[in-house]
Design a protein around this ligand. Structure first.
Ligand code: ZN
Length: 479
């Protein structure tokens, strides 16, 4: 090769190289900005947020040619995934491509909501009765089924992950303490009648507890003296393993079968004058005498007589108590329902007159009556416990003056008066309280009352009315 050729070739090569440099220098570049930041490869975008195409800049020979750039994009802002935005510019001899990846992502954690409190009482974490929960996610929606429950010590941990692996957990604290007392039920009856010098075989109690499967700490306080007439209590106490305790009582009536009367002693030397079946036309005279001696008595009223007399009994400080509305054995002892309907009828009467609903009652014929057998077998057994359960206190008597009994068949008023006086005197005892059964529907009772009171005062007795605090006198039930 000649020297000249070499020189020419060298020059051509030099020019080509220079051209290439020049071309590189003028080659346009597409610059992508997103949120004012230059992006070279990818954008992360939270799902559902509005997505606007990035801003581009592109110059060719100092001229803005960005509007000549062809943009293609398939981004769906509402669906997780990788998308591409392609940029293409054909200019002069250049064909320039640029691709940006857009990642539609979910970075937001799910939400868990607990039913019930975050701190709950339970016997143990295992026995805690799950109150429920719900989980939801901005993208996946309901995730309740995906919640994982772990129990450790006294904490229940609820964890859930969404499809993008965002994890959320919350906890519920179990306060493992037993704050509930055991539940006790008596086996057998609440009120038990036992003959003097016989013994009651304790039927015990049934106990259940919210936490303990069985309760062994049961104590029984039994001070019944079967050799002495009286009303006694057996007290059962159950204590659970957390020291919650509850008690229940059984009443034991030790009675003397010869008298058929349960006398617990009560207030010794006190007389409770009790008048049944009124009011009547004789009641005002009785009230006058009681008023004269400032004695308070107890009236077991019916639906008979005048409202104004009941009002006077009440206003003058006596106890207005209930006997039943009709006093009809065949009616009130036909059924438990009948009895209470009748009782409530007279109770409402008294309520309308006095504004108070008496809870002190006396059964027609007393709780020991046998006449009720003719109308319903066993009804007195049911009624005597049912009235107590409903909050009533019922009173029988320790002595009668026979004003509605044997004395009523005497020939004349004087004999009747003498008869009831004798029974009155005979029935009193200083060793116990005296609940004396009388009837304010009898003329001779009203006429002889002052003499009877004078006798009792002379003998040192005092008088009281029956209240809800007075110890109840119950006969032995015979039906
Ligand atoms: Zn009566």
């Amino acid at each position: 090769m000649s020297r000249n050729k070499i020189i020419v070739l060298s020059i051509i090569c030099g020019l080509i190289i220079l051209m290439l440099f020049l071309l590189l220098e003028i080659k346009p570049e597409i610059i992508v900005y997103y949120d004012n930041i230059e992006i070279n490869d990818e954008i992360n975008q939270e799902v559902f947020n509005d997505f606007d195409l990035p801003v581009i800049k592109c110059n060719f020979l100092n001229k803005d040619v960005s509007n000549e750039v062809v943009v293609t994009s398939n981004v769906n802002k509402d669906k997780l995934g990788k998308y591409e935005i392609n940029y293409n510019l054909k200019k002069f001899i250049f064909n320039i491509n640029k691709t940006i990846t857009v990642n539609i992502v979910d970075n937001i954690k799910p939400i868990i909501l607990l039913n019930g409190e975050n701190e709950v009482h339970a016997c143990s974490i295992q026995s805690y009765n799950e109150e429920g929960y719900s989980a939801s996610d901005n993208y996946d929606g309901d995730l309740t089924d995906k919640v994982i429950i772990e129990k450790e010590n006294d904490i229940i941990k609820y964890t859930v992950k969404d499809s993008s692996n965002n994890e959320k957990y919350i906890t519920r604290k179990i306060l493992t303490s037993d704050i509930e007392a055991p539940k006790i039920k008596l086996n057998g009856k609440e009120v038990v009648y036992v003959k003097l010098n016989e013994k009651y075989n304790d039927e015990g109690i049934s106990v259940s507890d919210n936490c303990d499967t069985s309760i062994s700490n049961i104590s029984i306080e039994n001070k019944v003296d079967y050799s002495k007439v009286g009303v006694y209590e057996i007290i059962y106490t159950a204590v659970d393993s957390s020291n919650n305790s509850s008690s229940i009582k059984r009443y034991i009536y030790v009675y003397d079968p010869n008298t058929g009367v349960n006398i617990n002693g009560g207030k010794k030397g006190v007389i409770y004058l009790t008048f049944d079946d009124g009011p009547s036309t004789y009641t005002p005279k009785i009230l006058d005498i009681l008023s004269k001696y400032n004695i308070k008595a107890t009236f077991f009223v019916t639906n008979n007589g005048k409202d104004s007399v009941i009002k006077r009994e009440f206003d003058e400080g006596h106890t207005v108590a209930l006997h039943t509305a009709t006093h009809s054995y065949k009616k009130v002892y036909k059924s438990v329902d009948n009895y209470f309907k009748d009782l409530e009828s007279v109770q409402n009467r008294v309520y309308k007159i006095t504004g108070e609903k008496p809870m002190i009652i006396r059964f027609p014929g007393g709780s020991s009556n046998t006449i009720s057998k003719n109308y319903s077998k066993g009804i007195m057994t049911i009624l005597t416990s049912e009235v107590l359960l409903r909050g009533y206190h019922y009173f029988d008597w320790t002595s009668v003056i026979e004003d509605a009994g044997s004395c009523s068949s005497k020939k004349n008023e004087v004999e009747k008066e003498n008869c009831i006086y004798k029974y009155f005197v005979k029935g009193l005892s200083k060793k116990r309280s005296n609940v004396v059964l009388m009837h304010d529907i009898k003329s001779y009772t009203a006429n002889k009352l002052e003499d009877m009171i004078n006798y009792a005062i002379k003998e040192g007795y005092t008088f009281e009315k029956i209240t809800m605090e007075t110890e109840q006198i119950h006969h032995k039930v015979n039906n």
